[in-house]
Design a binder for this molecule. Structure first.
Ligand code: DQQ
Length: 539
């Protein structure tokens, strides 16, 4: 149908058909990037949990391979659930994944490439020693025990991994140690735990040097001065803590403990879950992948024949103050740009609207710098908004005038603006600092019924006097609108299904300002994006 054709993304990762969820075991090995992912080979709804497998040399164009892991053994009869890859000391990769059996046990299992001379590592073997970590031990809920991380080396030369678990009713990232990666012992205390929820899915743990865009190789001991980041998936979003790794106690100690988990910073404030990062030895960076679910109905999914995409892989690093993570689409995505346009010095007064013409509005990459002309009419910040940023975004939508803001981008808009997705900023003055709200409002994204259309939002601190320019980058890819605010301080992934998309070329794109203060667009660049080769070819 027309619907399925136009909503299908052109350069986000997805298989040709059927259901996908979590990215699994991303890795770089001998010149090739691997991405595995949760896949149901037979349907657009979840089930038959399989590790599908694709390879790439540029993270953008992908070739599909045979599934790497299927449910073949009693210990994974109910599916091969999420997990990670680790490049071992001898250069051999290993996968750790969760096997679920018929009686609801979850256990951690290992798999190795069957043939290391196959450059694509198509076939994987599950050794007889499986499962390598059984769901035993005091306080452990055996059916809430999954998603092993990539291994990291400790100062004693032993491997460590964390596994998400429910322990005595609390959430925990359990810590395991091993000399050979096959025999594992549970460390008595968890890497980190919290009594604020029941189970952390897909933990991700890595070291980072503050202010340094390079990534660190987990198979080498982290250098002094490194901080650590623990990411967990819960409440339908990916949250993280920055802290230190106490090597003596083998424990993660967050710099700030926020008891109310609504206040935890997020990898992404939109539709983004079960993310997993890896060290890219080719370019010395850390890259994070995350899953983006559909926001349409399951009958729409049946009509489309597919459900789920992966967000664009992002370079991820820690800011100078170790306060927050920053993310930016991998540079390789820029290879898809063509027909660039650019504008400078556009004044947007209150109510100003500037139509961005000359690019494909369905497949675009847009970068805008907004510069406030005056700083005297900035509204005061109320910290209680942090508890529920979506609620605040609903209250102050793009049509509600503020002092400085809202200003931003309206994408996938119909001629009369009846349909549009607004990505916008609003500046507030807090004590000694500025707080910027970034919203991605889907409430008017489509006239079609039965869609999930929230107003996503996140706040970031900003030194407006020093930096002046508030930047927005938005990747538009048909049903995907992926935005990066303040140079990657707040990221919002959204899925939209406007009726306008049904008529190709019918969508428009605008920069706008609806605040009292005039805002200058000091720089606006936009490109059309080519279609990438995503899983069309099989090898
Ligand atoms: N999905 C996986 C689990 C994980 C959850 C199974 C997160 O392993 O906990 O498909 O989306």
């Amino acid at each position: 149908s027309i619907v399925s054709k136009n909503y299908r993304t052109a350069y986000h990762f997805q298989p040709r058909k059927n259901w996908i969820n979590d990215p699994n075991g991303p890795m770089y090995y001998k010149g090739v990037y691997h991405l595995f992912y949760q896949y149901n080979p037979g349907s657009v709804i979840p089930g038959n949990k399989t590790w599908a497998h694709s390879v790439s040399t540029d993270l953008i164009n992908w070739v599909r391979l045979q599934p790497a892991l299927e449910r073949t053994e009693p210990y994974d009869a109910k599916g091969c659930w999420s997990g990670s890859a680790t490049i071992l000391g001898d250069g051999q990769p290993a996968i750790l994944y969760t096997g679920a059996d018929d009686v609801k046990n979850q256990a951690q299992c290992i798999a190795f490439p069957s043939n290391l001379s196959d450059p694509y590592l198509r076939e994987w073997t599950k050794p007889d020693s499986n499962p390598v970590i059984r769901p035993v031990g005091p306080g452990l809920n055996r059916s809430q025990f999954r998603d092993p991380t990539t291994g990291w080396a400790g100062p004693d030369g032993q491997w460590r991994i964390a596994v998400g678990a429910e322990l005595n009713g609390y959430s925990a990232a359990l810590l395991y140690k091993s000399q050979d990666f096959v025999h594992w012992n549970r460390v008595e205390h968890p890497l980190y735990s919290s009594n604020s929820s029941t189970m952390w899915e897909c933990p991700d743990f890595f070291a980072a040097i503050p202010g340094n865009g390079s990534g660190l190789d987990p198979s080498m001991a982290a250098p002094s001065g490194a901080k650590h980041v623990l990411k967990v998936s819960l409440d339908s979003c990916d949250k993280y803590m920055v802290g230190v790794y106490d090597l003596k106690r083998d424990e993660f100690v967050p710099d700030t403990v926020l008891d109310d988990r609504r206040l935890w910073p997020r990898i992404d404030y939109g539709n983004y879950y079960a993310s997993k990062s890896f060290f890219d030895a080719k370019k010395g960076r850390r890259i994070i992948w995350g899953w983006t679910n559909e926001s349409d109905s399951s009958s729409d999914d049946s009509a489309k024949g597919w459900a789920g995409i992966q967000a664009i892989p992002r370079t991820i690093w820690l800011d100078c103050q170790s306060k927050q993570l920053l993310q930016w689409p991998v540079a390789e995505v820029e290879s898809l740009r063509r027909n660039g346009i650019s504008h400078q010095g556009i004044e947007l007064e209150k109510g100003g609207l500037f139509e961005i013409k000359g690019t494909d509005t369905l497949q675009a990459d847009v970068e805008i710098d907004f510069e406030p002309e005056a700083m005297d009419s900035i509204d005061p910040f109320d910290p209680s908004w942090l508890m529920d940023t979506e609620k605040h975004c609903r209250k102050v939508d793009a049509s509600v005038h503020g002092g400085l803001g809202p200003f931003g981008l309206a994408v996938l808009a119909s001629a009369n603006m009846e349909e549009h997705t607004a990505v916008h900023f609003r500046v507030y003055k807090a004590e000694h600092k500025y707080m910027i709200l970034m919203c991605c409002d889907l409430r008017r994204s489509s006239l079609r019924p039965g869609l999930y259309t929230p107003a996503y939002g996140g706040f970031f601190e900003f030194d407006l006097e020093e930096e002046r320019k508030i930047s927005l980058r938005t990747l538009i890819d048909r049903s995907a609108v992926e935005s990066f605010g303040g140079g990657g301080k707040v990221c919002i992934m959204a899925r939209v299904y406007p009726a306008t998309l049904i008529e190709d070329g019918g969508a428009r794109m605008y920069a706008f300002n609806n605040g009292t203060s005039t805002v200058k667009v000091s720089q606006l660049k936009a490109w059309s994006m080519r279609r990438a080769h995503v899983n069309v070819k099989k090898a």
